[in-house]
Design a protein around this ligand. Structure first.
Ligand code: PHB
Length: 401
């Protein structure tokens, strides 16, 4: 555990790895490092309940499941998660099943990010891991020498955390990326001209696998958390407001966008959450500067189509964790020196898949009739071509680390 001492400054701590951000990637990194005997301290801007209140996708690739096993945090996931061997893709009146198992020999696990985060918190607490919540005014210092540190305010008290390395797991709006000088980073971005209106409802899922649907009215997704909790989305205008949508209006619109047989079977009920998410593709390069390493949303964002956000954060954690364990075990800096290049190589492939799947399944406001014909032709090709299905399935279940 990080050593804490009082001084005139307030809190003074020392650890191996300072982790900024207590979301799933920061917690997973912290827990994996702990298993390898490497000390870390997690600084989180919000409360634990706030972090657990964030609703995110719930589809886990095998690579993430393996990391959770390695971290000793996969028992509940194995007991309560659902293995999915395929997904349904529908366009207009046509639908086909993309078989993950047949095309790749593997499957994905449906298990909510909220539950996964809870498991990670429990593991960190059990191991007496140091997590500070409600941390404000975080600033990163001295990245270009061997003794970086993080300053912050906690409960009104000034704090300083000395460390060997800093992992920036603090999301798109966090301080970590912004600490890298503009002269060394390059950002790539695409903002999509629509959003996703999502609801959570205590109703049984309409199908035992996810349904990705496109229609003349736009995209829809039928997803789930478990047998009694469903998650549904419809493409909406970016300027829309969840308050404009009664539950009834949402269900009616969803039914218009999914295959008729499912629309007839859909069990509707009151929503327990309703929100709009923007769609964005974003990557910053490099993902390392001096002793600072960016992980997950701090470095890249994908549109949610295909559920690659958390899974891509997990591959970053994998590369960073391997690099850091190699450093502490042998003194070699090879793994940490390769981090940015290796992580980015996989990130860009996940970006490509999420962009491709989003472009295929949504109606774009400025799209021509030709553009629409291209989407349909691509869907028909996918429907009928084994090689195309294999390629899509490989990307969906997750490319190797
Ligand atoms: C979700 O369940 O929230 C979800 C599932 C699959 C996606 C996106 C979101 O592609």
């Amino acid at each position: 555990m990080g050593q804490i001492r009082s001084s005139y400054l307030g809190i003074c701590m020392r650890t191996n790895v300072a982790i900024i951000g207590g979301g799933p990637s920061g917690l997973l990194l912290s827990q994996l490092l702990h298993k390898s005997g490497i000390d870390s301290v997690v600084l989180e801007r919000k409360t634990r309940d706030y972090v657990l209140g964030r609703i995110r996708a719930g589809v886990l690739e095998q690579g993430l499941v393996s990391l959770l096993e390695e971290a000793g945090c996969a028992d509940r996931l194995h007991a309560e998660g659902f293995l999915h061997d395929g997904t349904l893709i529908s366009y207009g009146d046509t639908s086909f099943r993309l078989d993950f198992a047949e095309n790749t020999g593997t499957s994905v696990v449906v298990y909510g990010q909220t539950e996964l985060t809870r498991d990670l918190y429990d593991a960190r607490e059990k191991a007496d891991g140091k997590i500070l919540y409600n941390v404000e005014d975080v600033a990163i210092h001295d990245l270009e020498n061997d003794a970086p540190c993080v300053s912050f305010v906690h409960d009104g008290v000034q704090g300083k955390l000395d460390c060997d390395f800093i992992a920036g797991c603090d999301g798109f709006h966090g301080v970590s990326r912004k600490t890298m000088p503009e002269s060394v980073r390059k950002e790539y971005e695409k903002v999509y001209p629509f959003g996703w209106l999502g609801i959570l409802s205590e109703t049984p899922p309409v199908n035992d696998e996810l349904i990705y649907a496109t229609s003349d009215r736009g995209f829809a997704l039928c997803s789930m958390r478990n047998e009694t909790l469903s998650r549904y989305y419809i493409q909406c205008e970016m300027s829309d407001d969840p308050g404009n949508w009664s539950d009834e209006a949402f269900w009616d619109e969803l039914k218009r966008r999914i295959p008729e047989t499912f629309a007839e079977q859909l069990v509707t009920g009151p929503s327990i959450e309703k929100s709009i998410a923007p769609l964005r593709s974003f990557v910053t390069e490099p993902m390392r500067w001096g002793r600072l390493f960016l992980c997950g949303d701090a470095a890249h964002i994908v549109p949610p189509t295909g559920a690659k956000g958390l899974n891509t954060a997990a591959s970053d954690v994998h590369y960073l964790y391997r690099g850091l364990t190699e450093y502490y075990a042998t003194g070699s800096e090879k793994g940490i020196d390769d981090y940015s290049e290796k992580a980015l190589s996989r990130v860009w492939k996940a970006e490509r898949f999420s962009w491709w799947f989003s472009s295929l399944m949504h109606r774009f406001p400025d799209q021509s009739e030709f553009d629409h014909k291209m989407q349909i032709a691509e869907l028909e090709f996918l429907n009928s071509n084994r090689a195309a299905q294999k390629s899509m399935a490989e990307n969906y279940v997750g490319l190797p680390y």
